[in-house]
Design a protein around this ligand. Structure first.
Ligand code: FAD
Ligand code: SIN
Length: 534
């Protein structure tokens, strides 16, 4: 089809389109950029990602007595044996190479001054000290180093404040696509420039979905506001395969300080350092739930806290570090120390009030070991992807690692694939005809409040068939109303995010309802765990 010059000006053509500027998107971009043009789209500032807030660090086997087999066993045990063993081995064995690459890109991990070796921390579910970190702000260290490298690369264009609305497939060429259609192919995405409110087309030979998590569908979450599940929703709408959405991880210890949105994380590494969980009367309780006590895997600790709070009628529990050396504590956890002090808590003297918060999505867009999704020319990596590494519950500090490993594999594959993939020039530009500006924000904000309240009350740490059925019925109404509004409205980030969060919530509820057992993070009172199922 011949294109007029204006038409051409409105579009971009790139070899690699990357949606998301966290560790998954940036590490993919840096590798792809040596082989073609890259456009990274980030809906906020490039630094505003979940990656930036990571505290604990990255798990990797570095020294004796640790071993790949121990890290593998811990990952499988945390994942309730729902992990893909091949993926687990591949990821863990590759970890040291990916860590070295991060160091080459400028990331500084803490070292023990006396030995010169990396100072490894321990977190819940880990049988050894194996978490590389940069104080308690590992994510910021990584995010800044990667953004610096990306900004210096001549082949990379980074578009901040740009929102990906939908990926482009044969559907946009007028073909009828269902979940059974074979050969669905991604040709790029429609992108909203949030500053000018213009929507333009980016045609790409290959596209990487790296849009991160979904924490914003819950009232209380450690995730930044960008975590609205856009990538999962886009792929679902494009009829791609999504799986294991029922496995939403709640971090056991976020700071109990209700005005904070998002909730401030108190890293598990603090428990690895010796801090212990207590009820408000100062009594330890984890011994009742697991021999590993405060360092049991997250699903167990979060459920134990939830149970103690419900039984006692308390709205939080305590994390007590007051018996530890104050100077050491402040040296290793300066961010937590500063945050707690800002609300009047000196954690060297006072226990920290903590509560579980939605933290991480273990499922998502299904990929193979090369990061390929079920849609051709579309890859996924990072929190939006379901690679098989985490199973029913992610082991702490395995997420940053997973992003690095799968973005590496995806880049290797995409570089080859892009060589033989033409742009699809027949894709039409965005059609806004017949839409009007929605002037009633309350239609969006009220639905969002309802969505979060449904998910928090019915689809949280403990579930039941009745709660899930209620959630399903109420969400249906919100979905109907929102789709109707979306059809009529000039597109804005707010309406798109609401629509995406409703898609994601629907998938969580549907998959949770279909799972007729308690497994890992999915715990239903209708299917109590028995000795055999443990
Ligand atoms: P993100 O880093 O979240 O990046 C997503 C990107 O996608 C952002 O740039 C966002 O703006 C962009 N985006 C989303 N939707 C769109 C759209 N529609 N259009 C354009 N751009 C879009 N894991 C560990 O392994 N170790 C830890 O110590 C650790 N600590 C954590 C602490 C906190 C507080 C949190 C929240 C998470 C932590 N995690 C940790 C989990 C880990 O940080 C994340 O899973 C990981 O960083 C996800 O990386 P990502 O690249 O997939 O997504
Ligand atoms: C933490 O530091 O406790 C978070 C680690 C993670 O989510 O992997």
């Amino acid at each position: 089809m011949a294109l007029d010059p204006v038409h051409l000006m409105e579009r971009k053509r790139v070899d690699f389109l990357v949606l998301g500027s966290g560790i998954a998107g940036l590490s993919f971009a840096l590798k792809a950029a040596d082989h073609g043009t890259v456009c990274i789209v980030s809906k906020d500032r490039p630094l505003e990602t979940a990656t930036r807030y990571a505290q604990g660090g990255i798990a990797a086997v570095m020294y004796d007595p640790d071993s790949y087999d121990k890290h593998i066993a811990d990952t499988l045990s945390a994942g309730d044996d729902m992990n893909d063993p091949e993926v687990v081995r591949m990821t863990i064995v590759e970890a040291p190479d990916r860590i070295r690459e991060l160091i080459d890109w400028g990331v500084r991990f803490d070292k023990d001054k006396s030995t010169g070796l990396y100072d490894l921390a321990r977190e819940g579910g880990h049988s050894e000290y194996r978490v590389l970190h940069h104080k308690d702000k590992t994510g910021l260290e990584i995010q800044e180093a990667l953004v610096r490298r990306v900004e210096a690369h001549p082949n990379i264009e980074l578009l901040d404040s740009h929102f990906a609305i939908d990926i482009l497939t044969q559907h946009h060429l007028g073909e009828y696509i269902t979940r059974r259609t074979k050969g669905i192919t991604c040709y790029g995405a429609y992108i909203l420039n949030k500053r000018s409110n213009e929507i333009f087309t980016v045609l790409a030979r290959t596209t990487m979905m790296a849009t991160g998590g979904i924490g914003m569908v819950y009232n209380t979450s450690t995730n930044p506001a960008v975590a609205t599940g856009d990538g999962v929703a886009m792929v679902y709408r494009a009829k791609g395969l999504i799986e294991k959405m029922e496995f939403v991880q709640f971090h056991p210890t976020s700071l109990y300080h209700p005005p904070d949105k998002p909730s401030f994380l108190i890293t598990e590494a603090l428990r690895g350092f010796g801090a212990v969980l207590k009820t408000l009367d100062g009594k330890e309780f984890m011994q009742k739930y697991d021999p590993r006590e405060s360092l049991a895997p997250r699903d167990i600790v979060a459920r134990a806290i939830d149970n103690e709070m419900k039984v006692r009628g308390d709205d939080h529990v305590l994390l007590d570090a007051t018996h530890l050396d104050a100077t050491d504590l402040i040296f290793h956890f300066p961010t937590i120390y500063g945050k707690c002090l800002s609300i009047g808590i000196d954690f060297t003297r006072d226990p920290i009030p903590v509560v579980p918060a939605a933290h991480y999505l273990c499922g998502g867009i299904k990929t193979d070991t090369r990061g390929r999704t079920s849609i051709q020319n579309l890859y996924a990596s990072g929190e939006c992807a379901s690679t098989g590494l985490h199973g029913a519950n992610r082991l702490a500090s395995n997420s940053l690692l997973e992003s690095l490993v799968f973005s590496h594999h995806a880049a290797t594959d995409a570089i080859e694939r892009a060589k033989n993939t033409p742009w699809c020039l027949d894709i039409p530009d965005w059609d806004a005809e017949g839409t009007v500006l929605n002037e009633e924000m309350v239609l969006i904000t009220q639905s969002l409040k309802e969505l979060r309240s449904i998910m928090s009350n019915y689809v949280g740490i403990v579930r039941s068939n009745l709660r899930l059925q209620r959630a399903h019925d109420r969400l249906e109404i919100l979905v109907r109303e929102t789709e109707d509004l979306y059809e009529k409205s000039v597109v804005t980030t707010e309406i798109c995010e609401l629509r995406n969060m409703l898609n994601v919530a629907h998938l969580i509820v549907k998959m949770a309802y279909e799972r007729k057992e308690s497994r890992g993070l999915h715990f239903s009172i209708d299917y109590p765990k028995t000795a055999e199922s443990n």
